[in-house]
Design a protein around this ligand. Structure first.
Ligand SMILES: NC(=O)c1ccc[n+]([C@@H]2O[C@H](COP(=O)([O-])OP(=O)(O)OC[C@H]3O[C@@H](n4cnc5c(N)ncnc54)[C@H](O)[C@@H]3O)[C@@H](O)[C@H]2O)c1
Length: 353
C-alpha cells in the first residue's frame, strides 16, 4: 500500500519560507505543500506560481477552514507563533511552528495545555536536531559517553552571513504589503537576538546534554554587535559555558563539546543553508578510538518535515515537542534575567505543565 502523504498549508511567505521551507517541501517524501497563506496578496501570488500551488489565502481563517489542509507550518514572526499556532490547533490542524516556540514562557505553557487537550501534534522548528551530525552526537552522548561532566556551546552569527547565503539562495521576493506588527520585535535588538538566535544554541545544548538547572550570564555590546557569555549548571550535575554573539566580524561558527566520563564528542555545525552535515568527532574511552559519521541526507529542513509527517502517521511523539520549546524559552528568559540581576538564576523546570 502507498504511504500516506501529509497535506501542509504554509502560513507566511517570507524569508524562511522562501529560503528553507518551500525548497524542503518540494523534496519531502511524506509531506506536500497544498496551500499558502500570507496577507500580502502580490507575494502570495508570486510564491504560489513559483511553487505550483493554487490554494492561496490572504486570510488565515480561510486556510484553517480548508479541510484538505491537515497541518499548518507556522513561519511568521516570533510574537505570532503562539497565537497563530493556537488557532490552528483549535481548527483541528497539526502544527509545525518555527523557533522560538513563543515570545514568553507564560504563553508557551498555555499552548502546552492546548496541545494536551486537543491531542494534536505540535513540533517546534528547531531543525538542527535533524542535522545527521548533531543527531549522531546526541546518540553517542546518550549511549556511550556516560555521566556528563561538561557541555558547552558557541554560536556566532557573522556580519557576512548575507553574502555567504547569496551563493546558494534565490533572490528573496518581498512586498510592501506584508503584515506589520504593532510593535516590531526587531526594535528591541537585544531581546530579539537573544531569543531568535539563542533558541538554536539552547535547543542544541539541551538536546545534547539535558536540562539546565541554573544560569549565570553577562552581556557586552560594541557598535551594535552583541555577545552573551555564561555558565550553565545542568540538572545532572555537570557544568557548561556558552557564548552567543550576533554578529561577529568573522566566520559563522557554531560548535558544541560534551565531555562524559567514558567518552566525548565535538560538533561543528555549518551555516544551515549550505546543508552540510555537522562535522563530528566522537571519542570512545573504552576502545580509545575516534569515530566520524559521514552524514548523508543533510537537509535538516527536509528531515524535520519527514519526521513531522512520520510522527503524525505513526502516532509517535513530536520531536522537539511543545515541552522542549517551553524549556528553551524558560532558559532564554533565565539568561536575560541573569544578565539584568547580575546573579545566578534558577531555570523553572517543566513539571508544572
Ligand atoms: N529555523 C531557522 O533556521 C530560521 C531561520 C530564520 C528565521 N526563522 C524563524 O522564522 C520565522 C519567520 O521569519 P521570517 O524571517 O521568514 O519572517 P518574515 O518577516 O520575512 O516573513 C513573515 C511573513 O509572514 C506573513 N504574515 C505575518 N502575519 C501573518 C498573518 N497573520 N497572516 C498571514 N501572513 C502573515 C508576513 O506578511 C510575511 O510575509 C521567525 O520566527 C524566525 O525566528 C527560522
Amino acid at each position: 500500500m502507498a504511504e500516506p502523504i501529509l497535506n501542509i498549508g504554509l502560513l507566511g511567505c517570507g524569508a524562511i519560507a522562501q529560503f528553507a521551507h518551500l525548497p524542503a517541501l518540494a523534496r519531502t517524501r511524506r509531506a506536500r505543500l497544498i496551500a499558502l497563506c500570507d496577507t500580502a496578496d502580490d507575494l502570495l501570488q508570486a510564491i504560489g506560481r513559483k511553487a505550483g500551488v493554487d490554494r492561496l489565502y490572504t486570510r488565515y481563517e480561510d486556510l484553517l477552514s480548508d479541510d484538505q489542509v491537515r497541518a499548518v507550518l507556522v513561519a511568521v514572526p516570533d510574537p505570532l507563533h503562539v497565537p497563530l499556532a493556537e488557532r490552528a490547533l483549535r481548527a483541528g490542524k497539526h502544527v509545525l511552528v518555527e523557533k522560538p516556540l513563543g515570545a514568553n514562557s507564560r504563553e508557551c505553557r498555555e499552548l502546552a495545555r492546548l496541545v494536551r487537550e486537543t491531542g494534536l501534534l505540535l513540533q517546534v522548528g528547531s531543525m538542527k536536531r535533524y542535522d545527521p551530525g548533531v543527531a549522531f552526537a546526541q546518540q553517542f552522548v546518550r549511549e556511550r559517553a556516560g555521566s556528563i561532566l561538561s557541555a558547552s556551546g558557541v554560536y556566532r552569527d557573522s556580519i557576512f552571513r548575507s553574502a555567504m547565503q547569496e551563493s546558494c539562495l534565490d533572490r528573496l521576493l518581498t512586498s510592501p504589503h506584508t503584515a506589520k506588527l504593532t510593535v516590531d520585535p526587531k526594535n528591541d535588538r537585544r531581546h530579539y537576538n537573544l531569543f531568535t538566535q539563542g533558541a538554536h544554541l539552547f535547543d542544541n545544548l539541551r538536546y545534547l546534554a539535558g536540562d539546565v538547572l541554573a544560569v549565570t550570564a553577562t552581556f557586552a555590546q560594541q557598535a551594535g554587535q552583541m555577545s552573551w557569555h555564561g555558565l550553565l549548571e545542568f540538572v545532572h550535575g555537570g557544568l557548561g559555558h556558552f557564548e552567543l554573539t550576533c554578529k561577529s566580524c568573522g566566520d559563522w561558527r557554531e560548535e558544541y563539546v560534551v565531555l562524559g566520563e567514558e567518552g566525548s564528542v565535538e560538533v561543528q555545525v555549518g551555516l544551515p543553508f549550505y546543508h552540510r552535515p555537522a562535522q563530528v568527532r566522537a571519542f570512545d574511552g573504552r576502545t580509545q578510538q575516534w569515530s566520524q559519521p559521514l552524514g548523508g541526507h543533510s537537509n535538516a529542513y527536509v528531515n524535520q518535515l519527514e519526521a513531522f509527517a512520520s510522527a503524525i502517521f505513526d502516532s509517535q511523539p513530536a520531536h522537539p515537542d511543545v515541552h522542549d520549546g517551553l524549556a528553551v524559552v524558560r532558559l532564554l528568559e533565565a539568561v536575560e534575567q541573569a544578565v539584568v540581576r547580575g546573579a545566578r538564576v534558577e531555570v523553572p523546570q517543566n513539571e508544572d505543565v
